[in-house]
Design a protein around this ligand. Sequence first.
Ligand SMILES: [Zn+2]
Length: 321
Amino acid sequence: MCMQLGATFDAECAFHRETKVSLLHLADITEKGVTFQSPVDGKPMLLTPEESIQIQNRIGADIIMALDDVVKTTITGPRIEEAMYRTLRWIDRCIAAHKRPHEQNLFGIVQGGLDPVLRDICVRGLVDRNLPGYAIGGLAGGESKDSFWRVVAQCTAALPEDKPRYVMGVGYPLDIVVCSALGADMYDCVYPTRTARFGTALVPEGVLKLKHNAMADDTRPIDPTCACMVCRTYSRAYIHCLVTKDAMGSQLLSYHNLYYMMKLSRDLHMSIIEGRFPEFVCNFLRIMFPKGDVPEWVCNAMEVAGIDISSCCSPFSSSQD
Ligand SMILES: [Zn+2]
């Protein structure tokens, strides 16, 4: 994994995310740490902030993540505040336990649910610790798109511009483009491979469902504009035949989907470096929403990001979510 500003997509981290948020119901969180069921024998195991850092010190990745107290954004009440303050207490235990600070970059994770006051306290607390990078956590857990982008916008605006800003668990290609416009630099998500397992390919127009009967005699590649091994070698009809019967179809679709995400990140990154990011955004939206029906949350986010997308929006057809 490398540290780089301006859109990176890390498929490896996706595992970390999947074990964290979607398995929360198996975890019990106290001040000591997180107790969860061992994936090996089902016995309870306690992971403390110190141990999580020791394990990551041994693995040696150049970016390591603090252990945080994460709650779903759909939860309300005092639990959100408790988790945010505990995340701040745990960052100090993580910093103290970190034995390789000159080789490994410890990222803190901003929590605070959908509450702007709590998010602000958490951002300021983490920035005070002068960490090498910051993650925005606890999102992509079922909140509305409008709540989602507003938290991202608030955090990216308050986090230092010269440090990487990582939105955890994001996401769909559209989310990545929107969050990048709001100043985020890094992402991770299981989506490209998970959706592949359901027979869905990512394409510039959105998604292509390979299980659909219409694919049965479509001899075109998944995405005629894609240069990946799968698109150069196989037809939609062939992959349709596989995905309806065999695991191999999911593997080919995963290959294409990861290639698609990496190309999207690379193109996005280059457009920032070359000073043509607004054009990149417009072009991306024009292909994904050819009728100009760009969702309203995207229009709102782009207004805050200062990117004029009026040329790709139809004035009469903006839709919610
Ligand atoms: Zn491809």
